[in-house]
Design a protein around this ligand. Structure first.
Ligand SMILES: Nc1nc2c(ncn2[C@@H]2O[C@H](COP(=O)(O)OP(=O)(O)OP(=O)(O)O)[C@@H](O)[C@H]2O)c(=O)[nH]1
Ligand SMILES: [Mg+2]
Length: 297
């Protein structure tokens, strides 16, 4: 027991590099929502992995943005920096061979986390055809920061993720578990209900609209072994409302069906999901609305 290791491991990087995909792979279940569009994750999310020898407390974070102008995006960046005070290891996730100025922005933030160990995680190696490109890329980045480890992975296929976990375990501090062994997250069932609905909408809707959506759960009740969930989808304009509803309700219907499937799998129960859409003008830039939607829990 005195050899038990416990620590916080924060997954940090610019939007869309695969942070949430990696968290889900570590935990062997879908916890964090994933989409092809950047800025999918909006809140920090704990994913706790406990074995007989260790407890790794992963934190999936929103993609770090550059000088965000509106309140929602400022909140997302704050979420990332909040983790820097107490983490043991940072997984700095980048897309292999695809560096851009937003990654530079993340490096600036990493410099503030002087106590944490920093691993460079090169994700999406399945997309790199020339391995020499990867080596050139690694040597370029290693000049910028003194990384404790450099590990290429594919979060989607799982390549290299076991090696990454072993490297984490080696550097994790000794100490007792901080969470009960059967706890896998810090978030409520309501949180996941809202997130899974948002994921389906993000996938289904094109262009800018996904960024103007927020979900609140108005009811979450179990009756006769069925979970009854009422989800309200908030948009910023009337025109957006009709897009989210779709022709004769077609978009809402398919989003509801897909979200229900994921929720039934997560809760292992039948789910009756009802959705509707409401307008709240400019909520993405209103501190008051963000509070109402749970952004400052
Ligand atoms: N080819 C490939 N695609 C990947 C890999 N990992 C993630 N993706 C894809 O990259 C996209 C973004 O993945 P996410 O996990 O949502 O990325 P994220 O970094 O959490 O994004 P934000 O929450 O927006 O910051 C999705 O389409 C994933 O399927 C990988 O190893 N290989
Ligand atoms: Mg994410």
């Amino acid at each position: 027991m005195e050899k038990f290791r416990t620590g916080y491991v924060s997954i940090i990087g610019r939007p869309n590099v695969g942070k949430s995909t990696l968290l889900n792979y570590f935990l062997e279940q879908k916890l964090s929502i994933v989409s092809r569009k950047p800025q999918t994750t909006r809140w920090n999310l704990l994913g706790i992995k406990t074995t007989s020898e260790s407890q790794i407390i992963f934190i999936d974070t929103p993609g770090l943005q550059k000088e965000p102008k509106i309140a929602l995006n400022q909140h997302m960046n704050k979420e990332v920096s909040n983790t820097l005070n107490y983490i043991d290891i940072i997984l700095f996730v980048v897309e292999a061979s695809k560096w851009n100025e937003l990654d530079e922005n993340v490096i600036e933030l990493l410099k503030k986390a002087s106590d944490a160990k920093i691993f460079l995680v090169l994700n999406k190696v399945d997309k790199v055809s020339n391995k020499n490109d990867l080596l050139t890329f690694i040597s370029k980045l290693s000049k910028e920061v003194d990384f404790d480890e450099v590990i290429p992975i594919s979060a989607i296929k799982g390549t290299g993720v076991d090696d990454l976990e072993l490297a984490i375990l080696k550097k994790l501090p000794l100490g007792p578990a901080l969470f009960p062994e059967d706890q896998i997250t810090d978030r409520s069932e309501r949180f996941f209900a809202a997130e899974f609905v948002r994921e389906k909408l993000m996938t289904r809707l094109s262009d800018e609209l996904p960024y103007n959506l927020s979900i609140t759960i108005e009811e979450f009740k179990e009756k006769n072994n069925v979970l009854h969930i009422h989800a309200c989808i908030w948009v910023e304009r009337k025109g957006q409302k009709s897009i989210v509803i779709g022709k004769e309700g077609s978009v809402l219907k398919s989003v509801g069906k897909e979200a229900r499937k994921d929720l039934e799998e997560m809760f292992d129960k039948k789910v009756n999901l009802k959705t509707w859409v409401k307008v709240k003008k400019k909520w993405t830039d209103s501190e008051q609305a963000l509070k109402q939607f749970g952004y400052y829990d």
